[in-house]
Design a protein around this ligand. Sequence first.
Ligand SMILES: C[S@@+](CC[C@H](N)C(=O)[O-])C[C@H]1O[C@@H](n2cnc3c(N)ncnc32)[C@H](O)[C@@H]1O
Length: 389
Amino acid sequence: MTPGARVAAAIAVLDQIRDGAFAEQALTAWARASRFAGAKDRAALRDHVFDVLRCRRSLGDGDGRALMLRLLQRDGIDLSQVFTGLGHAPAPPSAAEAAALAAPLDVSDAAACDLPDWLWPVWQDSLGPAAIKAATAQQARAEVFLRVNRRKTDVAGVIAALADDGIAVEPHDSVDLCLVVRDNPRRIKLSAAYLDGRVELQDAASQRAVQMVPVAPGARVLDYCAGGGGKALAFADRHDAAVFAHDIAAARMADLPDRAARAGVAITRLSPDQLDRHAPYDVVFCDAPCSGSGTWRRSPDAKWRLTRDRLDALHAVQDEVIARSAALVGPQGLLAYATCSVLQDENDAVVARFVQAHPGWVVTLRDQRLPGPDGDGFFLTLLGRKTRI
Ligand SMILES: C[S@@+](CC[C@H](N)C(=O)[O-])C[C@H]1O[C@@H](n2cnc3c(N)ncnc32)[C@H](O)[C@@H]1O
């Protein structure tokens, strides 16, 4: 596909998203209907769509065509080379579009930070002086990070193996066994090191959070909201522990046996009715469902879909999962409450309500990371029973 044809496809997909389609679904549907497109075309389309979604408001928030015109103009691309009207390329800008592109956009703080108006005061209350920095960090693409599986390799060995597959990586500045991918991230899933479980894709903030949880040899660790099982895998790679994974939506853990086999670790999946039978656990990691507000660089669609009602509904689920997780922790055990959100309502407020309702528990550690070059936004609190301390 020509650059113009890729932009035309992005315009069509963005219009579907504007009409209510989910970004991932619209991209998948486009790929299914466009068998002529190769991997590079699909990747370029995805980049266009996600680049727009991260900055939808600050680009003027119009239809797909207006947004793509603004995006390419912002990125210094010569519009006359792309909007040619030739072949499958979009038509050249009309006089009205050219005038609109020449006029500066009048944007509020919320729009400049690419957040919905209702969220901006909530965001400021949560982040204070870091509000603008954290919001604007999410206007750019996220780095790709790998976790080195110490059961199978070491950092130097895997850097060399990845280089053989044309993938350049560097050790993360502050997270042990974490690599930052500098070149060719799309080759990772085809690389020998990934396919034989020497590395796993995982954001640096998630890796850091797992590393902050003390786990004694032989401990029993439950990943209570396991999803795909990324945290469970990280615990199992790192510790000689019995690791269990549970998720209310069991289908989300469907790939976990294959991932565990690739990593060379054992993880026991538990259905809700098996949780109590295996209790108590020495560590329960509760990676609660949340707005994902620390990860909106990777899923910018979610930023625009979040509503006040949805956020309120999440608080109720968060209250429930932290309480249920705590009930599964043994007398000397640890509860870890985590979210990939930067909003206080989903983090400190949930923990404060929990501690107030369960005065036997006390916070022993609190860590909040903001999105940036070192990783996504992430919140972690460790709690123990007062009788333990
Ligand atoms: C933030 S995601 C987990 C991400 C996962 N830990 C990872 O590292 O990839 C939250 C998960 O909580 C699950 N969940 C939602 N409500 C739950 C509940 N009441 N009990 C257990 N899991 C729940 C969701 O299905 C979702 O997979």
